[in-house]
Design a protein around this ligand. Structure first.
Ligand code: HEC
Ligand code: HEC
Length: 254
C-alpha cells in the first residue's frame, strides 16, 4: 500500500507540475518568449528529467514522504548521510566500513559512487552497473537532493505495519523454513533473478523480511493489483509465504 501511495503521489505531482506549466502559459500574455520561458522555469519544481533518471534506482530505493527500505535503503536525507549508517538496514560489511572510515554522501561522492558503484566501494552489494553520463548524474543528484531534503530523514518503516487493512502482525511471526522456500521459489526465479539483478522485474533478493511478507499479502488480498503476481500468490498459505521470505532473505545479491 505505501508503495502504491508513493506511486500515486508521484503521478499526482507530475500532473500538478504539468498543470502549473499550462497555467503559466495561459495566464495573461507574457510580453515575449523570454519572459514566458523565465516564468515557466520558476514554476517548474523538481526537474522531471531527474525523476525519469531515478527510474534506474526505483526498483530498489524509495525516496520522499514515507519512503521505506526495499532492496536498498530509503534515500530520504541521503545528502550528508554517513555511508552505511541507517541502523535498521542490513548493509554489506564494505558499506559499513566505508562509513566508519569517514565516507559521507556529499554530491561529489555520490557522483563517483553512481558512476561505478563497484569501483568506488569494492565489495558493496548494490547490484547496479553505474550511470555513465556525468550530465545525467548531475541531473539525478540535484533532483535527489531536492526530493530527499523535503522528506523526513528518519525512518518510518516500523510504524507502518498496521496500515494495511486486514494485515495481522501474526503473519510476521510465522517462522519460515528456507529449504521449503527454496523448493517453492522454483516458481519465482523464472522472473525474479536469484542474483538480485533487475531485468525489467524488481529484485526480491535483499528485501527486508517484513516488506517481502507484506507485499505478498497485498497481492493475495487485491491491495496490489498486478495480475501476474496475484495469480502466483493467490494460493500460498502463511507458512509458504514465510518459507519464501526465509529463502529469499538467505540469498546475497551478486
Ligand atoms: C538492484 C538494486 C539497486 C539499484 C538498481 C540501485 N541501488 Fe542503490 N543500493 C542498493 C543496495 C542493496 C545498497 C546497499 C549496499 C551495501 O550495503 O553494500 C544501496 C546503496 C545505495 C546508497 C548508499 C546509501 C547509504 O545509506 O549509505 C546510495 C546513495 C544509493 N544506493 C543510491 C542509488 C541510486 C541513486 C541509484 C540509481 C541510479 C541506485 N542506488 C540503484 C541497491 C540498488
Ligand atoms: C511471471 C513473472 C513473475 C513470477 C513467476 C513471479 N513474479 Fe513476483 N513480480 C513480478 C512482477 C512483474 C512484479 C512487479 C509487480 C508490480 O508492479 O506490482 C513482481 C513483484 C513482486 C514482489 C514485490 C516487489 C516490490 O519491490 O515491491 C515480490 C515480493 C514478489 N514479486 C515475489 C514473488 C514470489 C515470492 C514469487 C514466486 C511465488 C513471484 N514473485 C513470482 C513478476 C513475477
Amino acid at each position: 500500500m505505501p508503495t502504491r501511495t508513493t506511486v500515486r503521489m508521484t503521478v499526482f505531482s507530475m500532473l500538478l507540475a504539468a498543470g502549473m506549466g499550462v497555467a503559466t502559459a495561459t495566464s495573461p500574455a507574457p510580453a515575449n518568449a523570454q519572459q514566458m520561458a523565465n516564468a515557466q522555469q520558476t514554476a517548474a519544481e523538481p526537474d522531471p528529467a531527474g525523476e525519469r533518471l531515478f527510474r534506474a534506482c526505483k526498483s530498489c530505493h524509495e525516496v520522499g514522504a514515507n519512503a521505506k527500505h526495499k532492496v536498498g535503503p530509503h534515500l530520504d536525507g541521503v545528502i550528508g548521510r554517513i555511508a552505511g549508517s541507517l541502523e535498521d538496514f542490513r548493509y554489506s560489511k564494505a558499506m559499513r566500513a566505508a562509513g566508519e572510515g569517514g565516507l559521507a554522501w556529499s554530491e561529489e561522492n555520490l557522483h563517483a559512487y553512481l558512476a561505478k558503484p563497484r569501483d568506488f566501494i569494492p565489495g558493496n552489494r548494490m547490484s547496479y552497473r553505474g550511470m555513465a553520463s556525468a550530465e545525467d548524474r548531475t541531473t539525478l543528484i540535484t533532483w535527489l537532493a531536492n526530493v530527499s531534503a523535503a522528506a523526513p530523514a528518519e525512518n518510518p518503516v516500523s510504524e507502518q505495519t498496521s496500515a494495511i487493512p486486514g494485515f495481522s502482525e501474526a503473519l510476521l511471526e510465522v517462522e519460515g523454513d528456507p529449504e521449503y522456500g527454496e523448493y517453492l521459489a522454483g516458481e519465482c526465479v523464472t522472473c525474479h533473478q536469484p542474483t538480485g539483478h533487475v531485468e525489467g522485474i524488481p529484485s526480491i533478493v535483499g528485501l527486508p523480511r517484513d516488506y517481502f511478507i507484506r507485499s505478498l499479502f497485498e497481492y493475495k488480498n487485491n491491495i496490489r493489483s498486478n495480475e501476474v503476481m496475484k495469480l502466483r500468490v493467490g494460493n500460498l498459505s502463511n507458512e509458504e509465504i514465510a518459507a519464501l521470505a526465509a529463502y529469499f532473505g538467505s540469498l546475497e545479491p551478486q
